[in-house]
Ligand binder design. Structure first.
Ligand SMILES: *Cc1c(COP(=O)(O)O)cnc(C)c1O
Length: 392
């Protein structure tokens, strides 16, 4: 498919991936220029699809902190544990990366009305970038989505529909109505540019480590876009001559209540089957069947990685351990990775000296319903303030 026109899936119904003229990019761009570039993911512009910078839609996404977390590391058996904290992105999750690039491209290619199904955070990010670009957003969310997601979308002027079902049901509605409504569909992997935004997680990680990669990456996997994106990013960086041939072991972490990729991995299959009755507090992982599952499984195999699932109670425990050890109040999705790292260190799949990188994909503040079940304050305001409250 040629670049430069709005596109969804390939004629065969598969996700489209953007290819660049890397030899040309290699002769024009260099690592030092990147390091002096924009304080956002747009510093990687030579490896992004946007052609005219006037179409750029930005809220300052990317360039999030890479943190050493020795106190947590000690508690779970690692001497070398890092967390990439994506909660610092606009809208509080890494979905901002994908939507910044997808909405910029939609604007460049002339779309006016954007539509997407979402488990929650993608909708929040699309609402924000559509508002920023002056485009319409039509969003379909499961009715039991975290409240923060529905509220932020409303606040940003999106057309929000809550659906009595899962993200797959929401996706069906968008697919059925898009033609008659004139919507451009921005569903995960059904357009080629969200993944280009998410791949910048891989660029950034390599840059922040001094142009090298860690031994293993833990990624909370729903649609798997970030994992596929990073895998693509490392290949591009190697072709640019910016990193070597070493690759991290890619570890896909899912929730026990929705783990189609783990099930496929354990059965040695090349794609997953629809997961029935998907349910988890890590709402971003509630994806019963991912369009790019085969690409995730391939990256796991090629990198000698693995896939494992964590139940919600263990996830919340791990999130609280992280919060009190390091001061990071994270999304349950990120917390699954803490539990996964602990398990693989115990099993001996990874060793305490391996350099491990956990993606925290969002802020805990968007998941108050989940955390409230564990963190109800024990003291009243009056007791806490020692009588400082003036009686009415
Ligand atoms: C969407 C989402 C995920 C899963 O991302 P994929 O790249 O689609 O696998 C993980 N965490 C959070 C917070 C999310 O919003």
């Amino acid at each position: 498919m040629p670049a430069g026109a709005l596109a969804n899936l390939s004629p065969a119904g598969a996700p489209l991936l953007v290819r660049y003229d890397l030899p040309a990019a290699r002769s024009q761009a260099d690592r030092d220029a990147v390091e002096r570039g924009a304080r956002s993911l747009w510093r990687y512009a030579p490896l992004l699809p946007l052609r005219d910078p006037r179409n750029l839609v930005t809220l300052g996404e990317g360039l999030t902190p890479l943190l050493e977390t020795p106190r947590l590391g000690e508690r779970i058996g690692s001497r070398n544990l890092l967390i990439k904290d994506e909660s610092a992105n606009p809208t509080g999750t890494f979905k901002a990366r994908g939507m910044a690039v997808a909405v910029s491209m939609a604007k460049e290619l002339g779309a006016r009305k954007l539509a997407a199904p979402s488990a929650g955070n993608a909708a929040g990010a699309l609402a924000a970038y559509a508002a920023r670009a002056g485009l319409e957003a039509h969003l379909f969310l499961p009715v039991d989505v975290p409240r923060a997601n529905a509220i932020e979308c409303e606040a940003m002027g999106a057309h929000v529909t809550l659906v009595d079902g899962l993200i797959s049901d929401c996706g069906r509605i968008v697919a059925e109505r898009r033609e008659s409504e004139g919507w451009f569909e921005v569903s995960t992997l059904k357009e080629p540019y969200r993944i280009e935004g998410k791949k910048t997680m891989g660029f950034e990680l390599a840059e922040q480590l001094g142009w090298r990669v860690p031994d293993a990456i833990f990624y909370p996997t729903g649609g798997g876009v970030g994992l596929i994106g990073m895998w693509k990013a490392f290949a591009e960086l190697e072709e640019m001559g910016w990193i070597g041939s070493k690759r991290p072991r890619m570890i896909a972490v899912q929730a026990s209540g929705c783990a189609p990729i783990v099930r496929a991995w354990e059965a040695g299959e090349i794609e997953s089957r629809h997961w029935e009755n998907a349910s988890t507090v890590a709402s971003g992982l509630r994806v019963p069947k991912a369009l790019g599952d085969f690409l995730v499984l391939e990256a796991l195999r090629q990198s000698r990685g693995t896939a494992l699932s964590i139940d919600d109670q263990e996830t919340l425990d791990a999130g609280l351990l992280l919060a009190e050890s390091e001061g990071l109040f994270v999304a349950p999705e990120g917390a699954t990775c803490v539990a996964a790292a602990r398990r693989l260190l115990r099993d001996g799949f990874l060793s305490r000296d391996d350099e491990l990188l956990i993606y925290n994909t969002g802020t805990g503040l968007k998941y108050l319903e989940a955390w409230e079940t564990r963190c109800t304050p024990r003291t009243t305001a009056r007791e806490r303030l020692g009588g400082l409250i003036v009686p009415r």
